[in-house]
Design a protein around this ligand. Structure first.
Ligand code: IVH
Length: 683
């Protein structure tokens, strides 16, 4: 790769100014992060900024300053914290990082030089959890205090909040005085659910699980902790030798015995090559975990050697963190396409030179909105970084200005809709622009795609291309017309590539969709701010659509989890004559507009409370979505991969690698579909 050069002009004054500006920016980002739980820039951009500042400070030591954010572990703005400050008995250090597997050998060599030659060396390899670190203290086996890392010397007292994390034991299996350190994380499955809920309530979503965990732990109302499902993993026992253990790996076993949760990964290995092999293994395997890991930690195993090796001011010499390569690549911006969604929102999508990103080919990425394009100064022709966040579509992170040659083209915000050419408008205080034409074909297409999508009416064989074709032929103008497609059967068969059988299948799937629950129908209608989750809440609270239509805004706001914006959107939706007409047409076709009003489920009914499930192979009695719903209805949680956190794997026909993996793990209970039905009381 071409080497990027720092080009700030020769003037020392300019360099000083640049350094000061960088420090100021970092402090601003920190402050936002710790007071508003909001990231103004991506994690990678933040890390790069710190790295760049460090390099400048090293190159120009005359501008070094103890107040610089690079001099502080964690760089927390404690002054802004609403929690009581506590000085750590022993500072909570950081780990020195490497991004290069080759440097693991250098670390081993450095260690070797510092300890007696005849000593046999072994290393413990662990996962590096990407959450926030915590120190927890026990007196006579009882949990007495929890403190965040803060700036490494002083942290925040969050005792009340950690009491709500179910995996942190309140009482140990032995009455000991001790301090343990570990990581608070928000499991990925909970993170996705939380963001979904926030999106539906019109609230800002969390950028990643770490931000969400950090924001959650800092809530004043501690009941939110349990509700969101924070979790903990421990990896460090302070003064471990006091408890009769000789190695770090033994101390981890000891922690497990006392009742702490660990990742279960602490492999003792003796050479750089073995470490690298296992790191490569975990780099792939980490995708199957329900929490985020951003690397591996290598620790000298023998505790006696820790004393010999000691610490630098910031980190111990007996450990190093290897960071996995970021899920980021560079590519070139070829152009921008402006898309119109079902709400009329006009959003920019980057057209890119195709690249491989975390195993999949990518040639389009989100640019969010015009404000983001301006803020990041992204131009057509730019080299850009793109990244993939957990289960989120790729996005353009930043442009690399150093590669510019002057031929780049500035992106302009459209003044008219890219589909129907009507004027666009921006609502007061909003960043998005919207098409003003209520009958814009782009909006109609978006609404129909949404209506037939998997989480809504789940009509198979009705992808984006098909929707386009049907609109083009004039067979459908709104969602109601889908149920009249039967009358076009003959013409459909004649459509290129359709054929008799696929038309029959499509029509069957349309018929079948009439059975979808009332909550799904509510979701499918596409009311702004009403997603999967709030669709269910509205359905449960109203019981039928006539009741829902007649609810006042105040009554709608009362529904727990719906929020002000959602309530207003529902109210307005039912005051639009076109929407009411559509509902009557759908009702006429026999869609579900009522359900039994559900009482709070008793604990007896939530037989799967706290248990996790995954299914694999072909199931006879359920579709994918149906079995997931059944599990959730009974209090269980669906996972997406086999891991140590999985309790049950339900197997259908032709179960393959997931079954093999579960058998290898040995901790997962395997159920046939019939056994599952029996437990649910359906057989
Ligand atoms: S050991 C003195 N082990 O990484 C070092 N840290 O960059 C004690 N972390 O502050 C920490 N996984 O928040 C250790 N297996 C692991 C870890 C781990 C994640 C975090 C921790 C630490 C940071 C350092």
């Amino acid at each position: 790769m071409e080497k990027m050069t720092l080009n700030f002009g020769e003037n020392l004054d300019n360099i000083k100014k640049k350094i000061e500006k960088m420090r100021e920016d970092i402090l601003k980002y920190n402050q936002y992060y710790y007071t508003n739980n909001e990231s103004l820039i991506s994690d990678v951009e933040y890390d790069n900024l710190i790295k760049e500042l460090k390099e400048l400070e090293e190159e120009y030591p005359q501008f070094k300053n103890v107040e610089s954010p690079t001099e502080k572990v964690g760089a927390t703005n404690l002054r802004e914290s609403k929690f009581q400050k506590v000085t750590h008995k022993k500072p909570m250090l950081s780990l020195s990082n490497t991004y290069n597997e080759g440097e693991i050998g250098d670390f081993i060599e450095r260690v070797r030089k510092l300890i007696p030659e005849d000593k046999e060396l072994k290393y413990a390899l662990e996962l590096k959890l990407d959450g926030l670190s915590i120190s927890v203290q026990y007196e006579k086996g009882k949990l007495v205090r929890g403190v965040t890392r803060g700036d490494g010397a002083i942290g925040e007292d969050v005792t009340e909040n950690i009491m709500e994390i179910t995996t942190i034991p309140h009482e140990l299996s032995e009455p000991l005085d001790l301090e343990v350190r570990g990581e608070i994380v928000l499991p990925l499955s909970n993170f996705l659910k939380l963001n979904e809920k926030r999106m539906e309530a019109g609230e800002e979503v969390f950028a990643n699980p770490r931000n969400a965990a950090s924001g959650t732990l800092r809530q004043i109302d501690s009941s939110i902790i349990k509700e969101r499902g924070l979790d903990s993993y421990f990896y460090f026992l302070v003064d471990a030798e006091k408890y009769g253990v000789k190695t770090h790996s033994e101390s981890i076993k000891f922690l497990e015995k006392l009742g702490f949760k660990t990742t279960g990964v602490c492999e003792v290995l003796e050479s750089a090559s073995k470490l690298k092999k296992r790191i490569d293994y975990w780099e792939k395997e980490k995708e199957n975990l329900d929490y985020e890991t951003d690397g591996m930690v290598i620790k000298v195993d023998e505790l006696e050697l820790w004393n010999i090796l000691g610490n630098t001011t910031k980190s111990p010499r007996w450990a190093i963190a290897y960071k996995f390569p970021a899920k980021q690549v560079t590519t070139t911006m070829l152009g921008v396409t402006w898309q119109v969604g079902r709400t009329g929102k006009v959003t920019p999508v980057a057209e890119l030179e195709e690249v491989l990103l975390s195993g999949s080919k990518v040639k389009r990425a989100s640019l969010h909105n015009f404000h983001e394009i301006e803020r990041k100064d992204i131009r057509i022709g730019d080299k850009v970084f793109i990244e993939k966040a957990a289960e989120i579509i790729p996005q353009v992170v930043k442009s690399i200005k150093e590669f510019r040659d002057g031929s780049e083209i500035q992106i302009v915000e459209p003044t008219e809709c890219p589909v129907c050419q009507s004027p666009v408008a921006r609502e007061e205080g909003q960043v998005d622009i919207k098409c003003t034409n209520p009958n814009c074909p782009g909006k109609i297409k978006g609404r129909i795609e949404y209506f037939v999508s998997r989480d809504a009416m789940n009509i198979s064989g009705f992808g984006s291309k098909m929707v386009e074709k049907m609109l083009e032929l004039g067979f459908i103008k709104n969602a109601g017309d889908i149920y009249n497609l039967k009358s076009h059967e003959e013409e459909l068969v004649k459509i290129e590539k359709m054929g008799k059988r696929s038309v029959e299948k499509l029509l069957e799937s349309i018929e079948e969709s009439k059975k979808r629950d009332y909550s799904k129908v509510l979701y499918a209608l596409g009311i702004p701010f009403i997603g999967k989750y709030s669709g269910k809440l509205l359905a449960n609270a109203s019981g039928n659509i006539d009741k829902l239509m007649n609810m006042s805004i105040e009554e709608l706001i009362e529904i727990d989890g719906v929020g002000d914006k959602g309530a207003k959107a529902v109210y307005d939706f039912f005051r639009d004559s076109e929407n009411l007409q559509l509902i009557e047409v759908l009702r006429g076709y026999g869609l579900q507009f009522a359900q039994e009003v559900k009482e709070e489920q008793s604990s007896e009914e939530r037989i799967f409370e706290g248990k996790t499930f995954l299914f694999t192979g072909t199931l006879k009695n359920f579709k994918r979505e149906e079995i997931k719903e059944e599990i959730e209805k009974l209090g269980g949680k669906n996972l997406s991969a086999v891991s140590k956190n999985l309790d049950y794997l339900i197997i259908g026909e032709k179960a393959g690698s997931k079954l093999k993996k579960a058998q290898e793990l040995g901790t997962v209970k395997i159920l046939t579909e019939d056994e599952f039905l029996e437990i649910c009381g359906k057989k």
